[in-house]
Every structure is written in C-alpha cells, then in structure tokens.
Design a binder for this molecule. Structure first.
Ligand code: NAD
Length: 256
C-alpha cells in the first residue's frame, strides 16, 4: 500500500516509534529512523522487511539538527511523504519541584520538535498533494495526571498543533492527526514501573498491576503493533478525510 513512499519516524530506535516504523515498512514504505541507543539492530529489522532504510541521529531538542535531518531525508529519498513525530521523554515531579532544565527539554523534544519537523516537511507534501503527518501525543494530550506538568502541557500542545496543521491543509491531500496512547510497555514506562516498585517495595508484577489499575480500565497495555496498525490506517485511502483527530487507544482511560 505504501510502496514508493518515504516515512520519517522520529525517536524510532525503540518502543512505539520502532513499532510504527516496522508497520509502515511492512506496507512497503522506505524508512528514515532517528533516535539514540542501538541504531544498528533497528535498521536491520527494517531492512529485513525488504525496504530501504536510513538513519539520522538528530537530537530532536535542537532545531538545527532537525533541519539537517530533513535535508538528509530529502537528499536520500526525494521527499518525506509520511512524518511521524514520535520522539519523547518523561520526567515526574510536582510543579514546585520540577527541574527547569527538564521542563525545557520536555517542551523541546515532545512539542517543539514536531513543529520544526512539520514546517520543514509540509512544502514537499503540498507540492505532491499527498502527505501524512502523524503526531504521537498521548492520553495526556486529552486528560492530566499529577506530577507530569511538562509532559501534559507538551501533549496538550501537540494536540493543538495537530488541529491547526490539519485545518491549514484541509483542502489538500495532506492530513494531520494525533494518536493518543494510554500505557504502552516501553522503556519510558518501565522506568515508571521501576520507580513504583522501589518506592512501595513491590515486585515488578505488583507495580505493573498497580500502574494499570490506577488509570487503564482494560488492565492491558496497548502495543506498538496496535499503534502501528492505526498509523497504517491513517496513511491509507480510507484515512483521506480524517483530519485533526486525536484518536485515543488507551484501554478506556479517557472515557472515565
Ligand atoms: P521510548 O523511550 O521507548 O522511545 C523514545 C524514543 O525517542 C527513543 O528512540 C529515543 O532514543 C528517542 N529520543 C529521546 N530523546 C530524543 C532526542 N532528544 N532526540 C531524538 N530522539 C530522542 O519511549 P516510547 O514509550 O516509545 O515513547 C514514544 C512516544 O510515545 C513519546 O512521545 C511518548 O510520549 C509517547 N507515548 C508513550 C506512552 C507509553 O505508555 N509508553 C504513552 C503515550 C504516549
């Protein structure tokens, strides 16, 4: 379905980003990966799906590096057809204790990076009259939790950016939507399970059940594969007129 298209997924060396990159590659899209840590294994996983893969190590908190990444993608593949703004970090503390540098980093990586990548991707998408911008927000783009001020502010912000981007391109073949996952068991969430286990002297299993029980009625994690399937739908022809949506996949979290 996506043969000949190019997808750039930020923060795709791990977790949700890698899951979405694989789902798009399974549909034939060539992929530009980004992110830190092991960059070799994720590239091999994508290449094994029979598509072309490239990697750029831009630090998404730095606009100049994002510009370099977008130029790199255009030089390698012609243009970016599908942009998935996924890179994100978390820090948990009360507002009055929140480290200022963590606030700045979360706003830069979880929100401003999407603005920069989107503004740089849009001209080529509009020229081709086809494009997909998919912002990985969170259920925290729709509702709040205590001790996550920067994260909740950034995720509400990215839902707003999604709507504006959708509206500005509503008469074109370029759509923009947000995906709002509940808990997904990735390294970002395992750190929060570990913190709970240490603070309350619980096993990993007990802390996991407590984490799910506090917020997610289904008592189940959403998987990167499920999120990948939703991204594929948004890229399909059936998604042509889905514009400005913030689609939660959260086990009923936001329904409460
Ligand atoms: P993860 O920690 O597994 O992956 C994060 C990715 O972002 C990694 O590839 C990492 O290298 C990359 N990254 C971090 N800082 C970066 C930077 N400065 N520049 C470039 N890349 C950077 O986390 P995840 O859970 O897969 O999260 C992915 C996205 O999904 C985030 O935006 C997160 O807020 C969102 N999300 C996660 C959950 C969840 O439960 N895990 C729920 C809702 C939303």
């Amino acid at each position: 379905m996506l043969k000949g298209k190019t997808a750039l997924v930020t923060g795709s060396t791990s977790g949700i980003g890698l899951g979405i990159a694989k789902a798009l590659a399974e549909q034939g899209a060539n992929v530009v990966l980004n992110g830190f840590g092991d960059t070799v294994a994720p590239q091999a996983e994508i290449a094994a799906l029979g598509v072309q893969v490239a990697y750029h190590g831009a630090d998404m908190s730095k606009p100049s590096e994002i510009e370099d990444m977008m130029k790199f993608a255009a030089a390698r593949f012609g243009r970016v057809d599908i942009l998935v703004n996924n890179a994100g970090i978390q820090h948990v503390a009360k507002v009055e204790d929140f480290p200022v540098e963590k606030w700045d980093a979360i706003i830069a990586i979880n929100l401003s990076s999407a603005f920069h990548a989107t503004r740089l991707a849009l001209p080529a998408m509009k020229a081709a009259n086809w494009g997909r911008v998919i912002n990985i927000a969170s259920v925290h783009g729709l509702v709040a939790s205590a001790e996550k001020s920067a994260y909740v502010a950034a995720k509400h912000g990215i839902v707003g950016l999604t709507k504006v981007t959708a509206l500005e391109n509503a008469t074109t073949g370029v759509t923009c939507n947000a995906i709002c996952p509940g808990w997904v068991l990735t390294p970002l969430v395992q750190k929060q399970v570990d913190a709970k286990a240490a603070a309350l002297k619980l096993t990993n299993e007990e802390a996991t059940r407590l984490l799910l029980g506090e917020k997610e009625p289904s008592m189940q994690f959403t998987t990167p594969q499920e999120l990948g399937a939703l991204a594929v739908f948004l890229c399909s022809a059936a998604g042509n007129n889905v514009r400005g949506a913030a689609w939660n996949m959260d086990g009923g979290w936001a329904a409460q």
